[in-house]
Design a protein. Structure first.
Length: 634
């Protein structure tokens, strides 16, 4: 930098002049010549020096400008370097952050890798990973036992592996999964009898690139064994169900045969019973000569009545079990039900010399019920009390309205019940040991009928006892009839049916035709109605019944349904076809008491259906209820 300074150049020029002045003289020259020559030389030299100086000065100026430009460039470069240093520092900080994140991710990957290794070691699913050339890249420890793999098998093609699996299409499935990217599943076995669910799925990378195939084999040996056991159980169950169905059908057939047998037995027993009952009614105790004869007549009448009730209960049980017991509801007074039940059970109460107390509400209680069935219910309650109360016991029948129900209750001081018997007393064929020890034990169906009939009416039947020897109380609740304007006719009709039997007016005896192939029963019924003042004609077959009806023109005809030749149904249809028979009261008398039997009788043109043995009092009630009013039939 100093060489380019102008002051320094001038100093150098002066030094050179001084040096020139002291140049020695040349011989023979004068001093002036020498000085002139020297001055001339110095001028030349000075000019050259000045030219050099000016050139140097220009060069120095140019250099100085260059130095200034270079200095600016250096300053700018310094600033750029400072900016770059700051940027580098920022990048370094970012790299530090990224490096930390990468270290965390590496740690996570290490953790995930460790987890995967532990999972592969712990899982019971044999898994093999294949690349796109179907070479083994990794496998789980469980796969060692399934595929018989060793570490040297890594990198080997799947087709080179020899496995105990019965899966010849494994390689084909793997190639198809690679081509279609659709997973596949199969159940395969091995030579040891194990079973696996083989799943072949594409191996997808994080970038969703297909890098190979994953083979997973889930051990389902236990499930297959369970399925086989289940199939065997289902087969055994199927055989058991078939056996049960066959047994049920056999039971149903046996039950139907039993029902048919009971119906036939009832029919066959009712015919002789009708004769016995008719003859017993003719044996009026007051007309017999000795007390012994009078007692014998009462015994015959009482036992015939008990047998009739027993036969009816047996058939009702059959109907209830088949769900075929039908109700013929009417709007009736509860008092009439009580009166009918008292009449039906009076002989049994008298036989035990029981004291019967009545507690009947004075208010009229109306019911919408089947009067015959509800009378059967109350009769069964009274009969139960009479049978299981020692002689000269106390029986109480009460009736009152409560919370929308008519409540009938029968209380006695009889043998009572054990606590564990109370809950089962209304079940079919159920009796306590103490009840069975009594001679009047019965079949154990009366209270079962009570409960079923009451429930059909929408009511309830309950029982209670404080224990053996402390009596019992049976209660029946039946819904009251809906309130509506008073109707006197049903009550009057029921009162007429349960009142004492009486004959027609003396001035106009009603004409009655009786037809039955049981001549003993026919004779007894005819005698009873004749004694009561009715004009009676009889016939022992259907054709004779038609001829008698045409000439006799009866007000009512009681026809046996099962007469040979022309049965009662056909006789009824032919009578209804005649102008003189359209207003006749036709009553079917039969030993068949099922609902379909009643329906068939009504379809044939009968007005009423009575089950044998038919008592003369029953016929008299019907005639009195009709009271000469013609009711068209058919």
């Amino acid at each position: 930098m100093d060489e380019m300074n102008p002051g320094h150049a001038e100093q150098e020029l002066g030094d050179r002049i001084d040096d020139a002045i002291v140049v020695p003289r040349v011989a023979g020259e004068s001093v002036a010549q020498q000085l002139e020559r020297e001055v001339a030389r110095l001028k030349l030299q000075l000019r050259a020096t000045v030219g050099q100086y000016e050139t140097s000065t220009e060069e120095l100026k140019a250099s100085n400008e260059e130095l200034h430009a270079l200095n600016e460039e250096l300053r700018s470069a310094t600033e750029e370097l400072e900016t770059s240093r700051e940027e580098l520092q920022t990048v370094n900080e970012e790299l530090t952050t990224v490096n930390h994140e990468l270290n965390c991710k590496v740690d996570d990957l290490d953790q995930a890798h460790g987890d995967m290794l532990n999972l592969m070691g712990a899982t019971a699913i044999a898994t093999v990973f294949l690349d796109r050339e179907l070479r083994v890249t990794r496998f789980t420890p469980s796969a060692v036992a399934v595929f018989k793999l060793i570490a040297a098998d890594l990198g080997r093609p799947l087709s080179d592996l020899s496995t105990p699996l019965h899966y010849p299409q494994l390689a084909a499935d793997a190639r198809r999964v690679l081509e279609t990217l659709q997973p596949t599943e199969r159940e395969v076995g091995d030579s040891a009898g194990n079973w696996y669910l083989a799943r072949v799925r594409p191996y997808r990378t994080i970038e969703d690139r297909i890098a190979g195939v994953v083979l997973a084999f889930v051990d389902i040996t236990g499930r297959k064994a369970a399925e086989e056991a289940l199939r065997e159980s289902e087969e055994r169950l199927r055989l058991m169900l078939e056996s049960a169905v066959a047994a049920r059908k056999a039971l149903e057939a046996a039950d139907a045969a039993k029902d048919r047998f009971l119906a036939v037995l009832s029919h066959e027993l009712r015919n002789p019973l009708a004769s016995i009952s008719g003859a017993a009614e003719l044996l009026a105790p007051e007309a017999l000569s000795t007390p012994q004869q009078a007692r014998a007549a009462r015994v015959v009448r009482r036992q015939a009545s008990a047998m009739k009730v027993l036969l009816g209960d047996l058939l009702d049980v059959s109907s209830l079990r088949r769900g075929r017991l039908e109700l013929r509801r009417e709007r009736v007074a509860a008092q009439g039900i009580v009166d009918a039940a008292l009449e039906a059970t009076g002989p049994l109460v008298e036989l035990g010399r029981h004291r019967l107390e009545l507690d009947i509400s004075g208010d009229e209680i109306l019911l919408d019920v089947d009067p015959m069935r509800l009378t059967q219910v109350i009769s069964n309650l009274l009969s139960n009390a009479a049978k299981y109360t020692p002689d000269e016991g106390e029986i109480r029948l009460s009736l009152h309205a409560e919370s929308g129900d008519a409540v009938f209750a029968v209380t006695d001081n009889g043998i009572g019940m054990e606590p564990d018997t109370v809950d089962t007393m209304f079940e079919m064929f159920t009796q306590s040991v103490h009840a069975q020890e009594r001679s009047a034990g019965g079949l154990g169906i009366g209270l079962a009928l009570v409960r079923n009939i009451v429930e059909l009416h929408g009511g309830t039947a309950t029982g209670e006892s404080r224990g053996l020897g402390l009596g019992s109380r049976l209660t029946v609740r039946v819904p009251l009839a809906e309130q509506r304007p008073a109707e006197s006719e049903p009550a009057q009709a029921l009162a007429a049916m349960v009142s004492s039997a009486a004959g027609p007016d003396e001035g106009s005896p009603q004409r009655v035709l009786l037809a039955d192939d049981n001549v003993d029963a026919l004779w007894g019924m005819a005698r009873m109605l004749s004694i009561s003042g009715f004009s009676v004609r009889t016939a022992d077959n259907g054709l004779d019944a038609l001829r008698v009806a045409e000439h006799f023109r009866p007000d009512a005809a009681v026809l046996d349904v099962g007469m040979p030749g022309l049965d009662g149904h056909e006789v009824a249809r032919r009578i209804r076809a005649q102008p003189w028979g359209r207003g006749m009261l036709l009553v079917a008398a039969t030993g068949w008491s099922q609902p379909e039997d009643k329906f068939a009788a009504l379809e044939a043109g009968f007005d009423e259906h009575l089950v044998k043995p038919v008592a003369a009092a029953d016929v008299q009630r019907l005639l009195r209820a009709r009271d000469g009013t013609a009711v068209p039939g058919g």
